[in-house]
Design a protein around this ligand. Structure first.
Ligand code: ADP
Ligand code: MG
Length: 341
């Protein structure tokens, strides 16, 4: 191998920085779907439509009815490190939105063809911008809210495109993301279509109904309600009975301050609580939401924010373990079977 050519140190161009970041922020179509859904929720939407083509690689179009983006702000929405969600370190430590890094749209726009169309409540019509933050904003049409249309993901980064799996696999990951987000927000309606066919459609409703729709009737008829407080911690949701356990760990949903997470501390606490009632080769199903003061948890561990760090992870572990264990103990003390939810 020839040695790399020696070059002087140079600042990277903006576009290239975003393309490098895109490898972390949006490593596959489902990560784009996650970022766009989080933006729609942060905008206060109550109705969200997700349209995918060819596993999301050809097209991801998400329409919401949220507060929208003013025309003069549209370029900023696509600019790197531009956000309406935090303005100071103080805000970062008390973040109560799903996004805050201000890099998702810029990253996506650097590796796909993006059109952002938006109309705020007071605007007489919508406006749109296509391409990047350098493009011109033009009048458009559409209802109040925002549509972001992402086409030909990674068309300009073939190395990354090669890592994509089959259309069905990529679609499966996208659908998983929609479901895990929809599960936490029964107060929002979601619809998901793939290649023109509606796959999922959930109306606004109760948590009980949404979780039955997403986890199935088996879970709905074999789950225990949990709702406990201790100081700054609250846990609520459903723990599935052993009869709702699965051979695969695909019925496990844990949220921290509304954010789906896969956290070792939390998973261990739940697992330990099930120890006495579940065989080692079975996986419990659950939908649990832990809410706590945002200052007690750091969500800024990784761009995808799927990992979190608790200030006092021992206290969180104990709290979750005991809450789930208490719920499970109640049924074995009385009788097995379904419990009113
Ligand atoms: P972040 O979500 O971290 O702020 P993004 O790059 O995802 O960064 O979005 C940049 C900004 O664009 C957001 O801060 C928000 O103000 C605006 N924005 C993005 N999507 C939407 C949407 N669906 N509705 C309203 N505003 C949006
Ligand atoms: Mg965002």
């Amino acid at each position: 191998n020839a040695p790399a050519p020696h070059r002087p140190i140079q600042a990277l161009p903006d576009q290239l920085i975003s393309q490098i970041a895109a490898g972390e922020v949006v490593e596959r179509p489902s990560a784009v779907v996650k970022e766009l859904l989080e933006n729609a929720l942060d905008a206060g939407s109550t109705q969200i439509t997700v349209r995918l083509e060819e596993g999301g690689v050809k097209r991801i179009a998400i329409t919401d009815n949220g507060r929208g983006i003013a025309p003069e702000q549209l370029p900023l929405a696509l600019a790197r490190h531009a956000t309406s969600k935090i303005a100071s370190l103080d805000d970062l430590e008390n973040v109560n939105t799903l996004g805050f890094r201000g890099e998702a749209l810029a990253s996506i726009a650097s590796v796909a063809a993006v059109t952002l169309t938006s109309r705020t409540a007071d605007a007489p019509h919508a406006w749109e911008i296509t391409g990047s933050h350098l493009a011109t904003v033009t009048p458009s049409s559409g209802a109040h809210g925002t549509t972001i249309d992402v086409r030909d993901l990674y068309f300009n980064t073939p190395a990354r495109r090669k890592f994509l799996k089959s259309e069905q696999t990529e679609f499966g990951h996208c659908a998983d993301v929609v479901r895990r987000i929809a599960l936490a927000r029964p107060d929002v309606s979601f619809s998901l279509s793939h290649n023109g066919k509606t796959v999922d459609h959930w109306m606004v409703g109760e948590m009980a109904k949404r979780s039955a729709q997403i986890l199935g009737d088996n879970f709905a008829s074999a789950r225990l309600s949990i709702d406990e407080n201790a100081g700054p911690l609250r846990i609520h949701g459903y723990a599935g009975l052993p009869t709702a356990s699965k051979a695969r760990a695909d019925g496990q949903f844990f949220y921290v301050n509304g954010r789906f997470v896969r956290d070792k501390v939390l998973m261990h606490a739940v697992r330990a609580a099930y120890e006495d009632v579940l065989h080692g080769d079975r996986f419990p199903s659950y939908v649990l939401a832990l809410d706590l003061d945002p200052a007690l948890v750091d969500v800024n561990v990784h761009p995808s924010k799927i990992e979190v760090r608790f200030r006092d992870s021992r206290a969180v572990h104990q709290f979750v373990f005991h809450a789930v264990q208490r719920a499970l103990a109640q049924t074995s003390a009385t009788s097995h079977g379904s419990v009113p939810s």
